[in-house]
Design a protein. Sequence first.
Length: 183
Amino acid sequence: MLITHQGNSQVKDNKIDLLVQQYEQFIIFEDESIDSAFARFNTIITSLKALDEGYSSKNYVRKFLRALHPKWRAKVTTIEESKDLTSLSLDELIENLKVHEMIIKKVSKIVKEKVERKSLALMAKKESSDEECLTSGSEDERSTPWRCGDRIILIGDCPKPPQDKKPRAFVRGSWIVIIGEES
C-alpha cells in the first residue's frame, strides 16, 4: 500500500526533490495575504512530511520569515529580536503576522480616506477659484483680450490674471509682462 500511495523509490525521490525545490524557492508576494501564503507553505511542508522528508519546526519559522515580502522587514526584525525563534511555533508566528496584517490594512484604509478627502477639498477649492476668476471684475474687464501662450483669449476665460492693466501673456502656467507693447 505504501508503494501505491507514494510510488516506487525513484518516484518518491523525484517528488521529494520537487517539494524541496518549492520549499527553498518559496516567497510571499507583496499583495498576498498571510492566510494565502501560509496555505501554500503548509501544502509544501505537509507533503514533505508525508514523504518522510520534513524539516524542523524552527526551520519552518525561519523560512517563512525569510520568504516575506520586503515591506515586512521591520516586523520580521521585531520578531527576530523579541522572540526566541527556536521555541516559536509556526502557528504562533502566523497569528502574530495576521494581527500585524490587519493593522497595516486599517492604517492603509485611514490614509486612503484622508487622501480622498484632501483631493475632494482641492477640487472644491479649484472650482471655487475658477468661478472667482470668471466673475471677478466688470463686464468690460472680463471681455478684455489677453495673449495666453500662442492664443488670444478673453481675460474672463483664463486662469486668474493679474489685476493691473499691463499687457501680459500667460506662458507655461504664469503671467509675464509683454515688453514693447503699450496698454
